[in-house]
Design a protein around this ligand. Structure first.
Ligand SMILES: *[C@@H]1O[C@H](CO)[C@@H](O)[C@H](O)[C@H]1NC(C)=O
Ligand SMILES: *[C@@H]1O[C@H](CO)[C@@H](O)[C@H](O)[C@H]1NC(C)=O
Ligand SMILES: *[C@@H]1O[C@H](CO)[C@@H](O)[C@H](O)[C@H]1NC(C)=O
Length: 511
């Protein structure tokens, strides 16, 4: 008897919760309609004209829109393109930059990226709880904390205004369900970086030592098991969230391969568990809409300055442009260069044949400065110091000037996700010689109309051989290669290609 009344009570409670939720959602949506009218008035659309009836709102979730990094360039390029091609769309940016005004943000975008935004079809919803997604707020269980935080932030966003289409441009996949429950609208994403990857999960599983997996944990079986469970659950819900998106764009083939493997990730045990318990509701409320793979849409790179440089008469300079960070592997550049001078002692001597290696890069702190010193010592040890020059903290104009005169662009980082410096080499007409991995191999230094645009290498010997090939190219061929590299980079990473990519994602179909 008792258990029956208990069951009855829980059912009643669940029903009450559900009813409460439905009432809340209806309230939120009607409030949002009022908010939209208000925004239209603010933007200067008169009350109820037929023009404002056809207007559509597209929301961009980008809590750090005023930061001025690569992710922000993507956001503003996309919005500027929409303003140009779709006059009936109002872009709404959800951001936590409460200390900036709309005008200030628009000005900064113009100054930083030279992108002109029209204020008349742009609206900002300022979010007051951005601290919830900051690292510092979650010293432990950072991934989980930030993800839950982003859900609260998305709730705040929907309280401000519900758009007709929601696009996350910072990779907060956990917001998707909040938005589709509260707003009943389609969601899509442009993702730069996977929140968690199947590699990470595999690493914890194999109890390997890695930077997010400290020694204490990998040596203790219990902790390791707990961590594995945490990552497994997290991955399960991340995949579930991503599958709720109607379209998924990513910024590179590196990110694509990670997101695709998350989309294909399956965990039969957790699936069964969800089917057998009330957790099933979570799965049923999370319909799977996503295509089974992400679409690569390369960000536009600003190559306007570099594309103006002349291609002939380059100096015999091998140029490296990279911050003095450990993963850039500058030492490999010195070893490769020594190999080149060993093959051709005359390259090391003053005169027509002389070749110089210029390492240009920022040094952010004491560790970087110490690295530069260590590299200088290494150059001495290798006895190449008279042909090697360090340019630390160069200004932008000085970097451009090196790009306009150098012959070869060297990049030795292994598994670089992208490599904007390599795009800049090519746009400047500098022939790239890069490590055969990551973005430079898969995205950037790839054949154009079936012909090469640069060189790949893996060891000091192969790097030296590649540089030697460039230095001995017949003049006509050399200019052709420079031209080809430039055309490819400028076209492939242009705003027009970016816009085509967005068009191809089919986002308009969801409006
Ligand atoms: C994609 O985003 C990641 C993370 O911000 C970044 O490291 C990478 O360079 C980006 N790729 C491109 C093509 O901009
Ligand atoms: C380079 O810039 C950083 C920070 O901007 C500064 O701390 C450092 O001292 C500079 N180093 C040199 C060699 O100019
Ligand atoms: C993208 O689509 C819009 C609307 O159909 C169109 O006006 C624009 O020219 C397209 N852009 C590109 C680069 O194809």
């Amino acid at each position: 008897m008792r258990s029956i009344s208990f069951l009855f009570l829980t059912a009643l409670l669940e029903f009450a919760c559900l009813a409460g939720l439905v009432i809340y959602v209806r309230h939120l949506r009607s409030r949002s309609l009022a908010a939209r009218k208000h925004v239209l008035l603010q933007l200067g659309y008169s009350g109820s004209g037929s023009a404002s009836k056809n207007l559509r709102f597209v929301g961009f979730f980008h809590p750090y829109c005023n930061t001025g990094g690569g992710g922000e360039r993507v956001l503003w390029t996309a919005i500027a393109a929409i303003q140009r091609t779709d006059p009936s769309i109002i872009s709404v940016v959800y951001t936590g930059d409460v200390d900036a005004t709309k005008d200030q943000i628009i000005h900064k975008v113009k100054a930083r990226f030279d992108i002109a935004l029209s204020p008349s079809s742009l609206h900002f919803v300022f979010l007051r709880h951005r601290t919830l997604v900051e690292d510092a707020a979650w010293p432990r269980f950072t991934l989980l904390g930030q993800s839950l935080g982003s859900m609260v932030l998305a709730w705040e966003a929907m309280c401000g205004l519900i758009p007709d289409l929601y696009i996350d441009t910072m990779g907060y996949a956990f917001t998707f369900h909040v938005v589709s429950w509260l707003g009943g609208i389609p969601v899509g994403t442009y993702t730069h970086y996977p929140t968690i990857s199947t590699d990470m999960l595999a690493r914890v599983r194999s109890r390997k030592r890695w930077h997010t997996n400290s020694d204490v944990i990998s040596s203790s079986a219990v902790l390791s098991r707990g961590k594995l469970l945490y990552y497994r659950l997290f991955m399960y819900y991340y995949a579930l969230s991503l599958r709720g998106a109607s379209f998924i764009m990513v910024n590179s083939s590196w990110t694509k391969s990670h997101i695709d493997s998350v989309l294909q990730h399956s965990d039969p045990l957790l699936d069964t568990l969800h089917a057998l318990t009330p957790l099933l509701a979570l799965r049923l409320l999370a319909p799977s809409r996503a295509p089974r793979s992400a679409k690569v849409v390369y960000p536009a790179c600003d190559t306007r300055e570099m594309a103006k440089f002349g291609l002939g008469g380059r100096e015999r300079v091998v140029l490296s442009i990279a911050q003095f960070r450990p993963e850039k592997d500058h030492a490999a550049q010195l070893y490769a260069f020594r190999e080149l001078l060993k093959m051709h002692p005359s390259y090391g001597m003053k005169g027509d044949e002389e070749v110089r290696l210029v390492l240009l890069g920022g040094s952010r702190n004491d560790e970087d400065a110490a690295r530069v010193e260590a590299l200088r010592r290494l150059a001495k040890e290798l006895d190449i110091q008279y042909n090697v020059e360090f340019v630390v903290n160069a200004s932008y104009p000085s970097m451009l000037s090196w790009l306009s005169t150098a012959s070869i662009g060297l990049s030795t980082m292994v598994d670089e996700h992208f490599g904007i410096n390599v795009v800049e080499f090519m746009a400047a007409g500098v022939i790239p010689v890069t490590h055969a991995s990551g973005g430079p191999l898969n995205d950037i230094v790839v054949p154009f109309n079936g012909e090469p645009t640069g060189y790949h290498a893996t060891s000091p010997e192969t790097f030296a051989a590649a540089m030697e090939s460039v230095l001995t190219l017949p003049a006509a061929e050399e200019v052709k290669l420079r031209e080809r590299a430039r055309r490819w980079a400028v076209e492939k990473f242009s705003e027009e290609e970016f816009e085509k990519g967005w068009n191809g994602s089919g986002w308009r179909d969801w409006l």
